[in-house]
Every structure is written in structure tokens, then in C-alpha cells.
Design a protein around this ligand. Structure first.
Ligand SMILES: NC(=O)c1ccc[n+]([C@@H]2O[C@H](COP(=O)([O-])OP(=O)(O)OC[C@H]3O[C@@H](n4cnc5c(N)ncnc54)[C@H](O)[C@@H]3O)[C@@H](O)[C@H]2O)c1
Length: 323
């Protein structure tokens, strides 16, 4: 009932513009603003009762960070994850999210996604802290620039452990938790059931459609993520869980710094030259992507408007690959 009132009221009286904060260039309502706006219609406590939750891996920087910020702006309580070596950065992000959106809206938990035990700990800790899990974004990934003929078995193994097994462990653990929660609340499995109960979202890449030379095992790993995402979608549809992937192009992050450095060394080019050249030659829209380009797509995939979409990999690359 209060939801209807809140919606109705919001339509009648458009919200004034909220102050900007330093998290990104987007407008982010601060908690005082939210409290004032909500007080006409419902209480903050009531609003929090329906807060959806998300876990984002690899969230201390780059695309994962932008996704975490965007989901928080969308109203989610977010567990941010990264490797223990990035705990300080991760805690700082969670702190910023809490001070902007409220004490119960962010939690930091370090874990290596290539460890099934650590992933289980991540999901359980997030549920204990923020409540039942609605959305899991398996964003964490690594890249390496090396010709196939020079790859060691360890190079190959680590790439697939993080980029492919990591997504599998995350999806498996998240889905088990979503199903257990749904079953407890009387929502059994069944085709055609109304109401999506969970969203799993993975990080693929344009190289899952057209590989880049010298990024062979990275390309193969992202191609595998696309396939894995499709099979998860097939197997989890009966539980009302949708599974999709995002496929960014050339995004200016630490990962592309590493790629630029690797390709530049092979071609004798100075720092920054390869990303500039690839962007100029390949991207129709004429600019290198920023993490927020990807976060917007993830926001859509996590949201209600994507409830009838599953098993898809969406390209967000400014016009490099055309499907
Ligand atoms: N940058 C791009 O152009 C681009 C393009 C296509 C796809 N992607 C994919 O998007 C995702 C994010 O990329 P990014 O550009 O932000 O990279 P990034 O290197 O800036 O960030 C990746 C994050 O993942 C974390 N991470 C790595 N291994 C981990 C592990 N085992 N457990 C937990 N966390 C781990 C890193 O510590 C880092 O914080 C990756 O999966 C990447 O492959 C990136």
C-alpha cells in the first residue's frame, strides 16, 4: 500500500534535484535528501525493508567500482568484493557508499573468486549483513598480453581459474542461496512463474565475439563466460533466475593500462599509444569507453525492465562489433 502511495506521490510532485556528491559525475541523492523526500509518503525504515541487495566482485576499481556505485544509486544495498590486497581501496568505497546512502547500504568483503570456499564465505557474509541476495555481478577478471606460442600452462590455468571458474563459483553459490531463500518463502520452481527472484550478471567482453591477437587465452576465457552464461540461463530459468552478461569494448581502466603496456612493448610504442590507436581506429562513436558506460547497461540488466531477458550477452563498445 505504501508503495502505491509513494509512487503516486512521486508522480504528482517531481523530486527536486539532489545535491551532487564526489562518487561520480552523476547526481546522487544524499540520505538527508532521501529522508525528506520519502517523509511525505513513507518512512525510511519502510523503504529499507524493500531494499534489494547485490554483490559486485572486483569492485575496488574500474568497471566493478562504477557498477557498485550505480547499483547503490539505483537503491541497492551493495556488498563490494575484491582481493585481500585491495582491502583498503574496497573499505574506502564501502565507506563512501555508506556515508552517501546510509549505514546499511554497503559492506566490504575480500575474497578470491577463484576459491569456491572464499566465494561461499562472500555470499554468506553478504546475506548475514545485508539480507537475502537479489543480484550477483561476477565482474572480477584478469588479462594478460602474450602470444599463444609463449603461454605457459600456469598462464592458461590462472586465466581460466579467475575468469571462468571464478564466474562459475560465484553463480553457483549465488543461485543456491537465491533458490534456498525462495523455497523457504514458498516459491517453488516452475516454468512460467510470475516474478523474477534473482539476477546473475557476468563480465564477458567483445573478445567473446571477435578475439584480439596476443590476448588469446583472455579471449578464450571470455568466450567461455558467454557460453557459461547461456547454460546457467537454461538451467536456472525454472527458478525465476535470469542470467546475462555484459561485453565491454575498450574501457579506460587499469586492465587496459596493462594491455596498452603489453602491446606497446611488443610494437615499440610509448605508453598510451596503443589504447589511443585502437580507440581511433575501431570505435565508431570516437571515444574510449569509461566504466560508467558499462555500469548503465548493468543497471538495466539488474532492473525490472530486463525481467524477460535471459541468456544474452550485451555488447557495450561504442560501435566496434555489430551483432
Ligand atoms: N577494461 C576493459 O576494456 C574491459 C573490456 C571488456 C571486459 N572487461 C572485463 O570487465 C571486468 C572488469 O575489468 P576492469 O577493466 O575494471 O579491470 P580492472 O583490472 O581495473 O579491475 C578488475 C578487478 O578485479 C579484481 N580481481 C582480479 N582477480 C580477482 C580475484 N581472483 N578475486 C577477486 N577480485 C579479483 C582486481 O583486483 C580488480 O580490482 C573484467 O572481467 C574484465 O575482463 C574489461
Amino acid at each position: 500500500m505504501f508503495l502505491l502511495r509513494a509512487r503516486h506521490s512521486a508522480i504528482l510532485r517531481p523530486a527536486p534535484l539532489a545535491p551532487l556528491t564526489r562518487l561520480s559525475g552523476r547526481r546522487i541523492p544524499n540520505p538527508h535528501f532521501q529522508a525528506r523526500f520519502l517523509s511525505n509518503t513513507t518512512t525510511l525504515r519502510e523503504d529499507q525493508a524493500k531494499t534489494r541487495t547485490a554483490i559486485v566482485t572486483g569492485a575496488s576499481r574500474g568497471i566493478g567500482r562504477a557498477i557498485a556505485v550505480r547499483l547503490a544509486q539505483d537503491g541497492y544495498a551493495v556488498t563490494v568484493n575484491d582481493l585481500p590486497s585491495l582491502q583498503t581501496e574496497l573499505e574506502s568505497l564501502a565507506g563512501e557508499l555508506r556515508s552517501t546512502f546510509g549505514a546499511e547500504r554497503a559492506y566490504a568483503h575480500t575474497a578470491d573468486v577463484s576459491s569456491p570456499e572464499q566465494v561461499a564465505g562472500l555470499v554468506q557474509a553478504s546475506i548475514a549483513r545485508l539480507g537475502p541476495l537479489d543480484t550477483f555481478v561476477a565482474n572480477a577478471g584478469i588479462a594478460q598480453v602474450k602470444p599463444l606460442l609463449e603461454l605457459t600452462p600456469e598462464d592458461w590455468k590462472r586465466m581460466f581459474e579467475v575468469n571462468v571458474a571464478g564466474v562459475h563459483y560465484c553463480f553457483q553459490e549465488a543461485a543456491r542461496a537465491m533458490i534456498a531463500h525462495g523455497t523457504k518463502n514458498g516459491m517453488g520452481e516452475g516454468k512460467g512463474k510470475v516474478g523474477v527472484r534473482g539476477k546473475l550478471i557476468s563480465a564477458a567482453s567483445i573478445v567473446a565475439f571477435k578475439p584480439f591477437a596476443r590476448l588469446g587465452h583472455y579471449s578464450a576465457s571470455k568466450w567461455a563466460v558467454r557460453g557459461l552464461t547461456q547454460v546457467y540461463a537454461m538451467e536456472l530459468a525454472k527458478y525465476g533466475i535470469t542470467v546475462n552478461a555484459y561485453a565491454p569494448g575498450i574501457v579506460d581502466t587499469k586492465m587496459w593500462e596493462l594491455i596498452d603496456d603489453g602491446l606497446g612493448k611488443m610494437e615499440g610504442k610509448p605508453k598510451g599509444e596503443m589504447i589511443r590507436r585502437y580507440s581511433d581506429q575501431l570505435i565508431a562513436l570516437g571515444r574510449t569507453s569509461v566504466p560508467e558506460d558499462v555500469a548503465g547497461l548493468v543497471s538495466f540488466l539488474a532492473g525490472k525492465d530486463a525481467d524477460y531477458i535471459t541468456g544474452q550477452t550485451y555488447i557495450v563498445d561504442g560501435g566496434i562489433i555489430y551483432t
